[in-house]
Design a binder for this molecule. Structure first.
Ligand code: GDP
Length: 197
């Protein structure tokens, strides 16, 4: 799929204030600093659609972008950082879980996982939570240019193995690098397939 337009629509603090729309939504989520903003910019073919943030935890809103006037890219707040105060952490975690569990237009969640790391409990727990809720998700292993290919491969295999102990069936997965552009075509083609299904 070629991206011909990518426009910021709105930010919502909770499910109730998410925009009314009939477009199918594809949501992106992962640990803070996993490379989510960079990946969204890569997919959109824009340098600054999503802000590449240096303050972990700064973006706590659900951001909506209309792509090709035909689908919605949803940028969810990152999870798993300690710097946010407990109250506001609970508040936005509820917003995210409400969105994921109840948003009718949601077609698929892209869970971003840092390919440099061995399996992290927080990522596995999150995938588990999605699977239990019957929320469709696929994985994107990010920053694949940052480690040796063998290490990336080993981390991916370990992650899938750890996940298989908790979740039935192997999720589809992609590898990405915003440095080389790896993954862009495959991820956009996947979105295209889901839209056409
Ligand atoms: P976010 O917090 O998940 O939105 O992460 P960012 O997109 O802000 O990225 C965090 C840091 O990792 C930034 O310094 C990015 O430039 C860097 N980064 C993100 N993706 C990649 C990648 O694929 N390769 C490399 N080398 N660096 C990346």
């Amino acid at each position: 799929m070629k991206i011909t337009s990518a426009n910021f629509l709105t930010s919502s603090p909770d499910l109730e204030r998410c925009p009314e729309s009939e477009l199918q939504e594809f949501a992106f989520i992962g640990r803070s600093n996993v490379g989510k903003s960079s990946l969204i910019n890569l997919l959109a073919g824009r340098k600054d659609l999503a802000k590449v943030s240096s303050t972990p935890g700064a973006t706590r809103l659900i951001n909506f972008f209309v792509m090709n006037q035909g689908w919605m890219l949803v940028d969810l707040p990152g999870y798993g950082y300690a710097k946010v105060k407990k109250d506001s952490r609970q508040q936005f975690q509820r917003a995210v879980s409400d969105y994921l569990a109840q948003r009718e237009q949601l077609s698929c969640v892209f869970v971003l996982v840092d390919s440099r790391l061995t399996p992290q409990a927080i990522d596995l727990d999150f995938c588990d939570w999605l699977a239990v809720g019957g929320i469709p998700f696929v994985l994107i292993f990010t920053k694949t240019d940052k480690s040796k290919a063998g290490k990336v491969k080993a981390n991916v295999e370990k992650f899938l193995e750890a996940l298989s102990e908790r979740v039935e069936g192997e999720p589809r997965y992609f590898m990405s690098s915003t440095k080389t552009g790896k993954g862009r075509g495959e991820i956009l083609d996947f979105v295209d397939q889901v839209l056409k299904a």
